[in-house]
Design a protein around this ligand. Structure first.
Ligand SMILES: NC(=O)c1ccc[n+]([C@@H]2O[C@H](COP(=O)([O-])OP(=O)(O)OC[C@H]3O[C@@H](n4cnc5c(N)ncnc54)[C@H](OP(=O)(O)O)[C@@H]3O)[C@@H](O)[C@H]2O)c1
Length: 263
């Protein structure tokens, strides 16, 4: 991605130490590999140790220093202990809370342990992975939409709170990205993009300390408009975005009108 001189001047310096939750697959894995090519020091979290080790090995091949921890983001004291130890060894520049589909508490568990430490240093950046589904209520994913609206609101409030402390907060709102998560979904996925492309857009948005990193542009715009439509208007916009989710073993987990929500 080519940048103009003005764009480069307004960007934060490349972070050295980055922690990513949900780094064992999809968007988190692509972010890890992207920062790895900058020879960063990475803390990679997820639940599946085997997949994490595979991602870490690939990051080391790109020249990064990679540390892994198989921790469920819902395990509050475990994640706190690991993050504090990691940050003590090398202060974290960027934390990306990416893990989990409906894991609002998992997002908080990953962020809270580092807040006092970043505040005392007067430096740091936090990326929270939400979704365009945080802007627009989708009939097949009410809980998912609610959790993504919650992290959007939390992230923007946190940004204002932490600004005087020199800490940036960005809420990352992707559209359709090709990952194991979306491979389970069948339905229209307009402007679907690769995880590598999504990672590039996220890294660029974080480097500019954008409040909301929403992409692709047109779908982000439509989602925002869809979110403020009156009920009658939404009945029409809902239709093309209906989808079903296949559990790993096959067979529809839900369809339009069936008991909703993300796995
Ligand atoms: N793909 C899309 O189109 C899309 C669009 C908008 C937003 N998003 C958001 O992007 C984020 C990543 O999604 P993805 O598409 O990359 O999905 P993915 O490929 O399924 O990856 C999810 C990652 O989160 C980890 N994870 C899940 N639950 C966890 C838990 N309780 N504790 C720790 N780690 C956990 C998984 O690792 P383990 O299995 O090893 O735990 C995996 O590394 C999610 O927040 C998702 O809502 C995705």
């Amino acid at each position: 991605m080519q940048l103009s001189a003005t764009e480069s001047a307004s960007m934060l310096p490349m972070p050295r130490t980055i922690v990513i939750t949900g780094a064992s697959s999809g968007i988190g894995e692509a972010l890890a590999l992207r920062y790895a090519s900058e020879r960063a020091r990475l803390g990679l979290l997820g639940r599946n140790r085997e997949r994490l080790d595979r991602v870490a090995a690939e990051c080391r091949r790109h020249g990064a220093e990679a540390h892994v921890a198989a921790i469920d983001v819902r395990a509050r004291s475990e994640i706190r202990g690991w993050l504090e130890d990691f940050d003590r060894a090398t202060p974290v520049d960027v934390l990306i809370a990416n893990a989990g589909v409906m894991a609002v508490l998992g997002v908080l568990n990953a962020i809270h342990p580092l807040l006092p430490r970043m505040m005392s240093r007067g430096h740091g950046q936090i990326g929270i992975v939400g979704s365009l589904a945080g802007f627009i209520p989708l009939p097949d994913a009410p809980s998912y939409c609610a959790s993504k609206s919650a992290v959007l609101s939390y992230g923007l409030a946190l940004r204002s709170l932490l600004r005087p402390h020199g800490i940036g907060v960005s809420v990352i709102c992707p559209g359709y990205v090709t990952t194991p998560m979306t491979q389970q979904e069948s339905g229209w996925k307009p402007f679907e993009m690769s995880a590598e492309r999504a990672a590039a857009l996220i890294c660029r948005g974080l480097a500019r300390n954008r409040p909301i990193i929403a992409f692709p542009f047109l779908l982000a715009l439509l989602s925002r408009i869809g979110g403020i439509l009156p009920d009658r208007g939404r009945r029409w916009t809902d239709v093309p975005f209906r989808f079903t989710v296949q559990p790993h073993g096959g067979g529809a987990l839900r369809s339009g009108g069936a008991p909703p929500d993300h796995p």
